[in-house]
Design a protein. Structure first.
Length: 220
């Protein structure tokens, strides 16, 4: 149903039907992963607690399973992303899945950087034809977007001491920021001689586009 809704978004003019398919599909996915009946799903009445969601994401069999659950839960109830533990677990799963997809495309040219004392500011770096893209992944409430202040913070952190980067790419499940926000980020990156691009990734259907964006940014 999620797939049908996604296809319908691009093939029909009405929005209510596709949106209903996507939401219903997300509900079914939560039911499948959580092992519950649809009538039991909900946060407001306490039938599905934040602790249960956190536990299932934490103990998922793979990053893909963890991300599927996080995405479904966030689609049904975006407020789950206000919980610190769920937000961090969701972001980690998203980062790992994006890394896996980039490794499958670019092989050893894609390198995952974990946070810690040697944090380089990027989550993943892709090297192609001698040029390097620094990639930051952002998972959150899909009904929101990164604001101007937060965008500036991300860009400045990536530019700080990173003369080796040729491009900065933000990969997120959230709405694309306002054109003014993207323009300011692009201008700031270009001041340091770097390209900038924001791209949404919500599933494997977006992987080809992600590959194309990285290649374009490193070959321009």
């Amino acid at each position: 149903m999620v797939g049908a809704g996604a296809v319908a978004v691009f093939t029909v003019t009405t929005e209510a039907g596709p949106a209903a398919l996507i939401i219903a599909g997300a509900l079914l996915l939560v039911a499948a992963v959580m092992g519950r009946q649809i009538k039991e799903i909900g946060l407001a009445d306490g039938t599905l607690t934040l602790a249960e969601i956190e536990d299932r994401i934490r103990n998922a069999d793979s990053p893909d399973d963890a991300l599927n659950l996080a995405s479904a839960a966030t689609t049904v109830a975006p407020e789950v992303q206000r919980d610190t533990e769920i937000r961090e677990l969701s972001a980690t799963a998203y980062e790992q899945v994006i890394n896996d997809r980039l490794v499958s495309v670019f092989g050893p040219g894609a390198v995952h950087h974990s946070s810690g004392p040697y944090d380089r500011g990027t989550d993943i770096e892709v090297t192609l034809d001698g040029k390097k893209a620094g990639i930051v992944t952002k998972f959150g409430d899909p009904t929101t977007h990164i604001g101007p202040r937060r965008m500036r913070e991300i860009i400045e952190a990536l530019l700080r001491g990173r003369t080796d980067l040729d491009a900065i790419i933000i990969v997120s499940n959230m709405h694309e920021p306002a054109l003014s926000t993207l323009g300011a980020a692009r201008d700031r990156a270009q001041e340091d001689g770097k390209n900038f691009q924001y791209i949404r990734w919500n599933g494997d259907i977006d992987t080809t586009q992600l590959q194309r964006v990285i290649e374009d940014q490193l070959r321009s």
